[in-house]
Design a protein around this ligand. Structure first.
Ligand code: DX5
Ligand code: ZN
Length: 224
């Protein structure tokens, strides 16, 4: 079964606790939290103190995507705050091997993400240290952008790398995911989907999450 992680970047920031409860009741498998530093990406969101508060409310794992550079010195803070998954960017550290090991040592699931302009080859010698790979299908910084189709080729390539190395790494995609393109992304090999505007722009979270799961699971089945 594929998983859906609604991104609270598109939620009502004045009511984050209620929004988290609402998407959990609607079938979310995780809660995607976008941390932006106004430097690595051109937007500024939230940090460890807010994550601590969200962790008290969330029943599902907090899937924390840190768009922060450099990231190395603050890994512990995010895990202590309650990140269940901590996904860093390959472009945001020159010591990705060390950073991923640190995340695991601290007890979180280690994720590594690459921007649309970064080749998948940077992942080759990191996959064995990761629990999750996140392929960005938009240039990070904002919700509501369009899916970059080339991401499908990258998903296929990373799926092949994971399978060839015999690993059970989750393959996540983030940016522009909607009920009508999730089939293709799942067919390419992704199994964990972030969706911000697609979920939070709709009045009925349940129906959109259900449609995404239905189409995503059909895509996954079509791949096998
Ligand atoms: C983009 C963020 C995404 C964003 C996705 O920088 O990493 O998680 O919230 O939003 P949508 O699904 O609207 O593209
Ligand atoms: Zn994200």
């Amino acid at each position: 079964m594929i998983k859906i992680s609604p991104s609270i970047l598109s939620a009502d920031f004045a009511r984050l606790g209620e929004e988290i409860r609402a998407v959990e009741l609607a079938g979310a498998d995780a809660i995607h939290v976008d941390v932006m530093d106004g430097h690595f990406v051109p937007n500024l969101t939230l940090g460890p103190p807010v994550i601590s508060s969200l962790a008290k409310v969330a029943q599902k794992p907090l899937d924390v995507h840190v768009m922060v550079a450099p990231i190395d010195h603050c890994i512990d803070d995010y895990i202590q705050a309650g990140a269940h998954y901590l996904t860093i960017h390959a472009e945001a550290t020159v010591h990705a091997d060390r950073a991923l090991n640190r995340i695991r040592e601290k007890g979180a699931k280690a994720g590594i993400s690459i921007n649309p302009g970064t080749p998948v080859t940077v992942l080759q010698d990191l996959l064995h240290l990761t629990d999750l790979v996140l392929i960005m299908s938009v240039n990070p910084g904002f919700g509501g952008q369009s899916f970059i189709p080339r991401a499908l080729d990258k998903i296929r390539a990373v799926r092949r790398m994971i399978d060839e190395q015999g690993l059970s790494v989750e393959l996540q995609v983030d940016g522009g995911i909607k009920p009508d393109n999730i089939f293709a992304a799942a067919q390419a090999g992704a199994d964990f989907f972030v969706a911000g505007s697609a979920v939070f722009s709709q009045p009925d979270y349940r129906s959109v999450i259900e449609r995404m799961k239905e189409n995503g699971n059909a895509g996954k089945k079509a791949r096998q």
